[in-house]
Design a protein around this ligand. Structure first.
Ligand code: ATP
Ligand code: MG
Length: 419
């Protein structure tokens, strides 16, 4: 038997409504903040991620699904959304768009070759936003408030927002030097990844999952002390404005995020719900000044976040929040014999073309089984079609909610259900 690829999942008909409810809410909130949808290809030139995400990241080093097409090009299944959006921004010259900043959202599958564990898939769906073209603390605050709005709108309570500033390129450079001096003498006590990070991107040592309890991580220099005046002022304004609008956060100086292109504001949203398991990050994001130029684009700056729907579902489950199931069908037609079975088929066709959702039992089961089926399909109403009904042209419409019945002729029934 051929099995589903490792790290992927089928979303079965009984579960897909959860995804639809979430997706609808995400679209609604995106519209609320005036972000419009962008759709980019499932695969891109490998170079886009190597350059745009960065050669020192886990994504590029270990997780990409890269292949060569028949024309000999190296392509990669999209592992994240920011680099493709920025590629599209540059290619379509969106810096000249009349709407500035350019505010977009995407909701698309991402692919990463990861070790399978709870909350970690090889194909997962990210919803993300990007605001490109304006550098102002107020945009950072908009992005953070939208993020919190999303999670709170589902009724989630156990949320912890961590923020940090990793400053501009100048501040970062001095900080990196300080980190190298701090870790270098004892770097052989760290994992192999960290030993190469010290050369490629020392800040990422702070983000290491293996070495997080090493004493040198705890005593490492703090980025805040290396921020220049401008970077400090930017961070202070973001924090003040978050407080002004009542968004709670905690500053975490070790929060550096996995991707290389971040500057200034970086953030992560975690769940501290009990029973969540080891993986508690719901969403991550930050400002990326410099990414556009790195990809040969104009001198524009951006900020965004990405969350996965899989982990949002985990958070809902951990807090015992149930999503509302959509309505069932309007009418279920029970049939008694071959003649009424045929007539039901015709009636179904008429109802459906009028936009009334309806169904019947094609397996010709006994009436009792049909009633059970109607219940399972969450039918609002049921009629039983038999010889009498066909002869008289009248049916008894039974409401499944209150059990009440009313007699009407079949034409009346169509109008009644249409309202
Ligand atoms: P992690 O530290 O969990 O590996 P990350 O830094 O790789 O996360 P990002 O690249 O920032 O994550 O992606 C943003 C969000 O996408 C994460 O916060 C998480 O909610 C989700 N995510 C990342 N990888 C996966 C995955 N393999 N399966 C499901 N969701 C994921
Ligand atoms: Mg990861």
């Amino acid at each position: 038997m051929i099995q589903i690829p490792r790290g992927t999942q089928d979303i079965l008909p009984g579960e897909s409504y959860k995804w639809q409810v979430i997706e609808e809410k995400l679209r609604e909130i995106a519209a609320n903040y005036n972000y419009r949808e962008i759709r980019t290809p499932v695969f891109e030139a490998t170079e886009l991620f190597v350059r745009g995400v960065g050669g020192s990241t886990d994504i590029v080093n270990k997780e990409m699904y890269t292949f060569e097409d028949k024309g000999g090009r190296s392509l990669t299944l999209r592992p994240e959304g920011t680099a493709p959006v920025v590629r599209s921004y540059i290619e379509n010259k969106m810096q000249h768009d009349v709407n500035q900043p350019v505010k977009v959202f995407y909701k698309e599958p991402m692919f990463r070759y990861e070790r399978k564990q709870k909350g970690r898939y090889r194909q997962f769906v990210q919803f993300g936003i990007e605001a490109i073209g304006v550098e102002d603390p107020l945009i950072d605050v908009e992005v953070l408030s939208m993020l919190m709005h999303i999670y709170q709108s589902f009724g989630l309570k156990n949320l912890k927002l961590y923020i940090n500033s990793i400053g501009d390129h100048q501040s970062r450079k001095e900080y990196n030097d300080a980190l190298v001096s701090h870790f270098e003498p004892r770097i052989d006590e760290f994992c192999a990844d960290c030993q190469s990070r010290i050369d490629t991107n020392p800040m990422r040592i702070l983000d290491c999952k293996k070495d997080r309890d090493h004493e040198l991580i705890k005593t490492a220099p703090v980025i805040y002390n290396f921020l220049n005046e401008e970077s400090k002022a930017y961070f202070e304004t973001v924090k003040e404005k978050l407080t002004d609008i009542g968004i709670e956060y905690e500053v975490d100086y070790n929060l550096v995020r996995g991707l290389d292109y971040y500057t200034h504001t970086a953030f992560e949203l975690m769940s501290d719900a009990e029973g969540f398991g080891a993986i508690t990050t719901l969403c991550g994001g930050g400002r990326y000044n410099g990414l556009l130029e790195l990809l040969d684009g104009p001198h524009e700056t951006g900020i965004g976040f990405a969350l996965s729907i899989e982990r949002l579902l985990m958070a809902l489950e951990a807090e015992g929040i149930e999503l509302e199931q959509p309505d069932g069908i309007k009418l279920y037609i029970c049939t008694m014999d071959d003649n009424s079975f045929d007539k039901a088929g015709t009636l179904l066709h008429e109802l459906r073309t009028k936009g009334i959702s309806a169904d019947m039992d094609y397996k010709r089961r006994k009436l009792k089984a049909q009633m059970k089926d109607a219940d399972r399909k969450r039918a609002e109403h049921v009629i039983v079609l038999g010889e009498d009904e066909i002869n008289s042209g009248e049916v008894e419409l039974k409401s499944m909610q209150d059990g009440e019945s009313r007699t009407m002729n079949i034409d009346e029934l169509k109008n009644y259900l249409e309202d």
